[in-house]
Design a protein around this ligand. Sequence first.
Ligand code: FAD
Ligand code: GLY
Length: 380
Amino acid sequence: MKRNYEAIVVGGGIIGGSIAFHLAKRGYDVLLLDKGRAGKKASSAAAGMLAAQAELDDCGPLFQLARKSRDMFGNLADELKEITGIDIELKDKGMYKIALNEREAREYQRIIELQKRLGDQAEWLDQDELRNLEPALSEAVTGAMYIEKDGHVSAPALTEAFLKASAALGADIKEFTEVQSLQFSGGKITGVVTDSGEYASDHVVIAGGAWSSKVMAASGLNLDTYPVKGECFSVITERPLVTGTIFSHGCYIVPKKGNRIVVGATVKPNTFNEKVTMDGILTLMEKARNIMPAITEGELESTWAGIRPQTGDGLPYLGEHPLYQGLYAATGHFRNGILLSPVTGQVMADLIEDEQPEIDLSPFLPGRAYENRYAAAARD
Ligand code: FAD
Ligand code: GLY
């Protein structure tokens, strides 16, 4: 059994999978470790929306990162299909960020103007225009911001495709292997300690989703992260009800292949408990019925939950440890890890290869965990 690698990725969700894929593509000898079955945590719970413009409504660094990542999906879908045969079900029928009251309508019209000034497409549809396009929407919906480029994919399929493509390109994937500690020598990472032995590498990326801060704590860096549970359900309808994705605060409706509709998601901070509650599903069902009454005709297919990794300042951690060379964090993607997976894999592979990423990563660097903590202590 090999014990020495050019790079080790801790965590086999969509983020770890994308990093392993990008590294393996560049010829790196990679080991990906997951404490359970790879790809079965947040990444397979996600609805798969690529909601760069619908989810992010300021024009800060995360928005720029998200737009860049969204643009990568077309080529990525072809590439992964070619390597693995997996169809990631990329859909480009657009997204409707719906308004349920006057305040939301005004707010979304302001965001449209802002995004247009940044060169993005977005347009306001009044109730009649909207119901012409999506007749199943109820009268409670007063209008919508239509975003042509915000599509969706199958999150489980994309996660599986990243993992399979990594393996096809030579990466070793070891499941049911928990990283328990990190090893260092003279300011550099040298490897990881797992429950089934040690693995050496000069490059280790912590991509453990909501569990990342526990692993990173072994380096003395306390990443400011917390878990946010999300619950979803899916129905199968006899006829197609919607073509685009319907996005609102507190409930979204995503039409998948085969008349399957995914409805999400609750937002419950500070819990690692993955149980689906009646309260969560009932709340979502009520919201979905208010938006699209005919959804109640559908046959309930499934319910599930996942744990999103969120950070104190809302930005993911992407970059090298402030003190240990070769140790990196790639976590905290919260509601947008599927959308951000292509660009995350690319920039992390750039850093490991010692290449300058196209994107300025300074707002995302893990060292800010120290700075934010000291700033908070100084304020107290
Ligand atoms: P995970 O998928 O959780 O993977 C982390 C992996 O690390 C796990 O497999 C875990 O076992 C492993 N691990 C942890 N600790 C260790 C250790 N010590 N040793 C070894 N392995 C370890 N995003 C979007 O872009 N669009 C959406 O529509 C969307 N919808 C969502 C809906 C829901 C209900 C939820 C919960 C999330 C949604 N998200 C969405 C967010 C997205 O799912 C996450 O941001 C993303 O999956 C995070 O990926 P990850 O790889 O960081 O984490
Ligand atoms: N991006 C949708 C969610 O996290 O629920």
